[in-house]
Design a binder for this molecule. Structure first.
Ligand SMILES: NC(=O)c1ccc[n+]([C@@H]2O[C@H](COP(=O)([O-])OP(=O)(O)OC[C@H]3O[C@@H](n4cnc5c(N)ncnc54)[C@H](OP(=O)(O)O)[C@@H]3O)[C@@H](O)[C@H]2O)c1
Length: 241
């Protein structure tokens, strides 16, 4: 592992995709500032001088400020922000409560807003950086029998704002991309549903967290790519099968 002197901030890093992102970027030599509400208590990651853990709800503006300040004070720059923290509440639209709505918006939208504003301010000062959102392929490909209106509303918004921010900040050296996963094998999904979920992709299996981490590494290194929503979904976005 050769240190890159680059620093990545990753939200939702105690489990699933975020945990894989934190481990992969650490192995690839990045300084990592990782976050989730219960990150320290979870024991998922071991802190080290180049892997810092910041507990906190990403829907709270103070958490975003703390993440960017921790990266800046310890490592000097915020080169990459990965907005990964998210919650998934699938149910028929008419059954959602307003509490469901507020819970999903707090993490998926407010959680994006606060830390990304702080990161963009820092990246403008340092002359560049990049932001990656972890969204969903369901935005472009809603599925009969998989009711996910609040996911589509929030993650679809993130896919859209990815393109908007890419245009808004391209001249300041800030690249903004998204990864739109299919169904990925994480604790978000119960093992008894795996067989059904595998069938939701033309490549008839669930994706792995490593496949998402490799896509994120690709985007970090792909310096002429911005405003891209990269589908890592076994081909689901391409059509019917
Ligand atoms: N798995 C899939 O099939 C799939 C597909 C498409 C998109 N995604 C997206 O990928 C992302 C990660 O999903 P996953 O499957 O890896 O989920 P997961 O295993 O449930 O992990 C979610 C992570 O987010 C953290 N988190 C939740 N709410 C938070 C908050 N308010 N503030 C800070 N951290 C918070 C959780 O830790 P704490 O509980 O400690 O806070 C945990 O580390 C999500 O945005 C999800 O929507 C997943």
């Amino acid at each position: 592992m050769t240190p890159t002197n680059q620093t990545v901030v990753i939200t939702g890093a105690s489990s699933g995709i975020g945990l894989a992102l934190a481990k992969t970027f650490s192995t690839e030599g990045f300084n990592v500032v990782a976050n989730s509400r219960q990150l320290t208590a979870s024991g998922a990651l071991e802190a080290s001088p180049r892997l810092l853990l910041v507990d906190g709800d990403i829907g709270d503006p103070a958490t975003g400020k703390k993440l960017i300040a921790t990266a800046t004070q310890n490592f000097g720059t915020v080169d990459v922000l990965i907005n990964n923290a998210g919650v998934f509440v699938p149910k028929p639209f008419h059954e959602y409560s307003f509490e469901d709505f507020q819970r999903v918006f707090r993490t998926n939208v407010e959680g994006f807003f606060h830390v990304t504003q702080e990161a963009v301010r820092r990246m403008r000062e340092q002359g560049g950086g990049q932001i990656i959102m972890i969204t969903t392929a369901l935005d472009q490909q809603p599925l009969a029998g998989v009711p996910t209106a609040l996911t589509n509303l929030t993650k679809g918004g993130l896919n859209s704002v990815t393109r908007e921010l890419a245009i808004e900040y391209a001249k300041e050296g800030i690249r903004v991309n998204a990864i739109a996963p299919g169904i990925i094998d994480t604790p978000m999904h119960q093992p008894e549903n795996h067989e059904y979920l595998a069938g939701l992709h033309p490549i008839a299996r669930m994706g792995t967290v490593d496949e998402i981490a490799q896509a994120a590494l690709f985007l970090v290194r792909a310096k002429f790519v911005t405003g891209e929503v990269l589908h890592v979904d076994g081909g689901a976005h391409a059509g019917r099968w």
